[in-house]
Design a protein around this ligand. Structure first.
Ligand SMILES: [Zn+2]
Length: 159
């Protein structure tokens, strides 16, 4: 039987995600591969190989939220509407917990500052905050105390 590992390489992370390492993500964060002439998301191919066909109008959703994950046990069928609703729910709950700066740790702020060549959107996705938050940190507008304590002022101002 075919396995998704015949078509791409992945690394298993601490959550059991099979994170695709052989193909770069597209703008939306999904890896695309071609199998038997069919170009589709790697996670969708993985679902097909391990669970069978995807019915028309159905989308393959990640229970783990890791778009590069191709672990078939992290993939479920759903509708696009459910997918959108999930994202809305998540962003609402993130706001409830005090999204933006209070959610970040000193370490994350340091990583953001040191990763100056990395797009803000990358860190925004990684730490589940708004891109604006990343810009504000980079410009020294928030987290000023951490920036000073860690001696990162020169990096912050260099942005
Ligand atoms: Zn996963």
């Amino acid at each position: 039987m075919d396995s998704i590992s015949d078509y791409l390489d992945y690394e298993i992370d601490e959550n059991g995600c099979w994170v695709c390492t052989s193909h770069l993500p597209n703008k939306k964060g999904y890896a695309y591969i071609t199998i038997n002439g069919q170009r589709d998301g790697a996670h969708r191919h993985s679902f097909r190989i391990h669970n069978g066909e995807i019915a028309k109008g159905q989308v393959v959703r990640h229970t783990c939220d890791v778009r590069l994950c191709v672990n078939p046990s992290h993939l479920i069928l759903g509708t696009n509407a459910e997918n959108v609703q999930d994202r809305v729910d998540r962003s609402r709950s993130a706001h409830g917990q005090g999204i933006n700066t209070s959610k970040l740790t000193d370490e994350q702020v340091e990583i953001i500052l040191r990763g100056r060549d990395t797009p803000a959107s990358f860190f925004a996705n990684l730490f589940e905050v708004h891109s604006t938050t990343i810009y504000r940190i980079r410009n020294g507008l928030t987290w000023a105390q951490t920036i000073t304590e860690k001696g990162l002022g020169s990096i912050a101002q260099a942005y």
